[in-house]
Design a protein. Structure first.
Lengths: 241, 621
């Protein structure tokens, strides 16, 4: 009986109440739930913004140019994901594979940037010249009283930022870390789909929904990053926020 | 579906005995598993409560130490909320939703099995804490920073965190499944405004679950990172704000109380029309007020925090929203009374529990409106008055409705009636016991007796009502024992029940009791609210038959059972402990053996899950 199979089979599109497949609805509901997850993490970050008792603070460690680059790469990966899905629905399997692999590579590149950035933050150093005491950040100014002749005119001090350093470190690493975890999961998912598509009958235009689901997830993770980049990075560096 | 050359064990085709239960993906069996497990855990929570009542029977008792008392009240509340009421609600969701919407199973049967086994894993992690160095001791709300490593160095809080995280996965999986099932698997003609009320309230509950649980998940992650990895989320010496936990917890915690009560309201809304022989009074209004309660549940969380100093503006706003939530609740209560009004009421046990629910829930609702006033709440906060309130709404409310639901649907689940005489005795013992236990707590609270104290001195004037409450709790326990007696007696020699024993109104009564594994021989076409009721009265031969013949039973294909939901949940169980326990091998310390083993099992489970076929080719159904 057809209706029994519709509940569980892969070809249920035309037989559900809404016409949408179960998996598609599941993904949307899950993403709604995930919004609350990231919303709570971002809320925690905002509650603790400017409440750290010591540095380093966002203006000490953030390098907007680097992060803008990685953000650009991640956004482009969303575009290549769209192109991959479009190629699949048009039956262009090679185009699909190329764009899918590009998406994976760009996602991995973003993760590479994140690893680099975390590493930079953990090994952050304060470069200090006692002859140039202007343009210092609040945190760097705490070093200024050392310029009383007891230290060299120029010194470098290790002042790393870890999740244990201050509230900024705690909230920043946990929020961006969970986002990075989501991206990692996405890359694994897309890679699995890429290898699956190399096998005969693994991914076919008829099974485009499998790819559509991963694409939905991927775009969601990108959108979350746009919010993180704006609220944490841009608002963290430019004064007035 | 291809298996990609990876060898995956075949799906079990006709498992028997224990294997049948371990691998089942039938929503009805999963519902039974949920129900039986949750009822057992409800009993353990009850034992914890009785233990406290014995300690508080008289002043200066030393039946338990203060440390154990702290663990008892924490475990009692956590158990009752997460392991008792919620999963008993889930038992009804599982068993009833597909039957009420005319489907053969849920949208994702294996995910459903997975959510049960994960729930069991979370329950075991919490309950095993008694034997693994001490149970959690900081209340079910686990306020940080008292749950921080600095003030609470034992492992109890760790077990509490891990257990709630695992239970969160289970709830999320189940809720996502039910949302998709209700949206997408309704029988033809079953529009949203023709859905049975229980399904409607479950629908709202499922949305509350998927939106509220991520918030507690984040709070628990933050606390866990503080405890395990030394972050500063709740470390006040690093500038952390202890109110952060309270906000996150209650943003989850208040929707959570509607997660507990909405399914109960759904159950009552099914029982009342059936035993009044009248349609539900104001069906669309009851649906709407349930949805409104679901929305407004998000706007009232800070009424749990009236005394922390949020300021008069915040307190006023949350007082007003809290009072406003009484409106949709009141609408429901009047509609239920309107349903009974002028009906030909039959006072069978399910009806008694439903009426008991209304009476007790009104009392709990009224005391709730009392402490929605911030000024009044300042006097009541952390006193036994609140304990009285919470038990009137959750015991008098949720548990009474659940018992009513058990008596109502037991014939459908098993094909046998629970004994009516024992049922009445069960009801009256619980009803009297409940009031004798919890009503005096109003007096104790107004007399100033604080919550969560392990004892009190003689001259406080609290002796009498505490003794009364303890006596009441014994009566209550007797009521539950009568239920257990009734349950086992019925299983052994109960009266056989037909498919439609109560002259029911909704689709689950149109099929035999117990339902066949495929539920409906032919998916019904729905044309009314209370479709089955109308069908029975219209006598229209053009309507498709929904019950009876099983001539084309062999043409119905359902997916085969599966090992992997269980395997995945076992992996999560081991992995959760792995976050806590590491091995030290020689100089190499902190080797996360359990995390690796658990993670690997989960990975294998998920992989095999996603690759196995829906049916083995040689299975015959």
């Amino acid at each position: 009986m057809a209706q029994a199979e519709l509940a569980h089979g892969g070809h249920e599109e035309h037989q559900t109440t809404t016409g949408l497949s179960h998996k598609k609805l599941l993904m949307w509901a899950f993403l709604g739930s995930d919004c609350m997850f990231f919303g709570s993490l971002i809320a925690t970050y905002l509650v603790y913004k400017n409440r750290s008792l010591g540095g380093p603070l966002p203006e000490d460690v953030f390098d907007i140019l680097t992060t803008s680059t990685s953000t650009f790469v991640l956004l482009m990966s969303s575009m290549s994901m769209v192109l991959a899905y479009s190629a699949l629905t048009r039956g262009n399997m090679n185009g699909f594979r190329i764009w899918l692999l590009s998406t994976c590579i760009m996602g991995a590149t973003f993760l590479g940037f994140q690893v680099f950035e975390f590493n930079e933050f953990v090994n952050h150093e304060v470069h200090f010249e006692c002859s140039h005491l202007e343009d210092l950040t609040k945190f760097e100014r705490t070093f200024a009283d050392r310029c009383d002749g007891t230290v060299d005119e120029v010194f470098i001090e290790h002042a790393g930022l870890t999740p244990r350093t201050n509230l900024f470190g705690t909230t920043f690493f946990v929020l961006t870390g969970f986002h990075g975890g989501h991206v990692t999961l996405g890359v694994i998912w897309l890679l699995a789909m890429f290898f699956y598509s190399l096998r005969k009958g693994g991914i076919t235009p008829a099974k485009h929904e499998e790819v559509d689901l991963a694409a939905l997830y991927w775009h969601f993770v990108d959108i979350v990053w746009i919010i993180i980049f704006t609220v944490i990075y841009l608002f963290g560096v430019f004064p007035g926020f | 579906m291809t298996t990609l050359g990876i060898p995956i064990p075949k799906r079990p085709i006709h498992p028997t005995g224990v294997w049948d239960w371990l691998t089942t993906i039938d929503h009805k069996k999963i519902g039974v598993l949920y129900g039986v497990t949750a009822f057992f855990l409800f009993l353990t929570g009850g034992v914890e409560a009785l233990w406290m009542r014995v300690q508080l029977m008289g002043p200066e008792a030393d039946f338990v130490t203060p440390e154990v008392y702290n663990q008892l009240f924490t475990m009692h509340a956590t158990t009752m909320i997460f392991l008792g009421v919620m999963p008993m609600g889930a038992a009804f969701f599982n068993f009833l939703i597909p039957l009420q919407i005319g489907a053969r199973d849920v949208a994702f049967p294996r995910l459903n099995a997975f959510s049960y086994w994960t729930f069991l894993a979370g329950a075991l992690i919490l309950k095993f804490s008694w034997f693994m160095g001490g149970a959690p001791n900081a209340g079910w709300f686990g306020y940080a920073p008292i749950t921080g490593i600095e003030y609470n160095p034992g492992n109890g809080i760790d077990f509490w965190i891990l257990s709630l995280q695992v239970l969160g996965i289970a709830s999320l999986a189940a809720a996502l499944n039910f949302i998709v099932t209700i949206i997408n698997m309704r029988a033809p003609g079953m529009s949203l405004m023709r859905m049975p009320l229980f399904t409607w309230m479950s629908f709202v509950t499922a949305f509350l679950l998927i939106l509220a649980f991520p918030v507690i998940t984040v709070a628990l992650i933050e606390l866990m990172f503080d405890r395990f990895y030394g972050t500063n989320f709740f470390v006040t010496s690093a500038g952390a704000n202890p109110l952060l936990w309270q906000h996150l917890f209650w943003v989850f915690g208040h929707p959570e109380v509607y997660i507990l009560i909405l399914p109960a309201m759904g159950i009552v809304s099914e029982i009342l029309p059936t035993f009044s022989k009248k349609p539900l009074f104001g069906y669309p209004v009851i649906v709407l007020s349930g949805v409104v309660i679901g929305f407004m549940g998000w706007m009232v969380w800070a009424h749990h925090m009236f005394t922390v100093g949020l300021g008069p503006v915040a307190n006023s706003v949350f007082a007003v929203t809290t009072m406003a939530i009484a409106i949709p609740t009141g609408v429901k209560i009047f509609s239920w009374i309107g349903t009974m009004w002028g009906g030909s009421i039959s006072f069978k046990t399910p009806m008694m529990f439903a009426i008991g629910f209304i009476a007790l829930f009104i009392i709990g609702g009224l005391s709730g409106v009392m402490h929605s006033s911030a000024a009044s709440d300042a006097q009541q906060q952390d006193t036994y008055f609140i304990v009285a309130h919470i038990h009137y709404v959750l015991f008098g409310g949720a548990i009474f409705a659940i018992f009513g639901g058990i008596y109502y649907w037991f014939p459908k689940m098993t094909g046998k009636f629970l004994g009516e005489k024992l049922g009445q005795l069960n009801f009256w013992l619980m009803f009297i016991g409940m009031n004798v236990t919890f009503f005096p707590m109003h007096f104790l609270g107004l007399d100033g007796m604080p919550r969560r104290v392990y004892t009190y001195s003689e001259g406080m004037g609290w002796d009498y009502w505490n003794l009364v409450a303890t006596v009441g709790s014994v009566v209550l326990a007797l009521g539950v024992l009568v239920f257990l007696h009734n349950f086992f007696k019925t299983l052994i020699s109960g009266e056989e029940a037909p498919g439609d024993p109560w002259d029911g109104r909704t689709l689950e009564w149109s099929i035999p009791s117990p339902p066949p594994h495929y539920n409906f021989v032919q998916i019904p076409t729905v044309s009314d609210i209370d479709d089955w009721w109308h069908r029975k009265r219209e006598d229209d031969s053009s309507l498709a038959p929904v019950a009876g013949s099983s001539e084309d039973e062999h043409d119905i294909h359902l997916p085969d059972p599966s090992y992997w939901p269980l395997v995945t949940a076992v992996g999560l169980f081991i992995g959760a402990y792995g976050l806590l326990y590491t091995l030290n091998i020689g100089t190499f310390t902190g080797f996360p053996l359990f995390a690796i083993v658990g993670g690997s099992i989960t990975l294998v489970g998920i992989t095999a899950w996603s690759l196995e076929p829906v049916n083995e080719p040689d299975s015959d159904h």
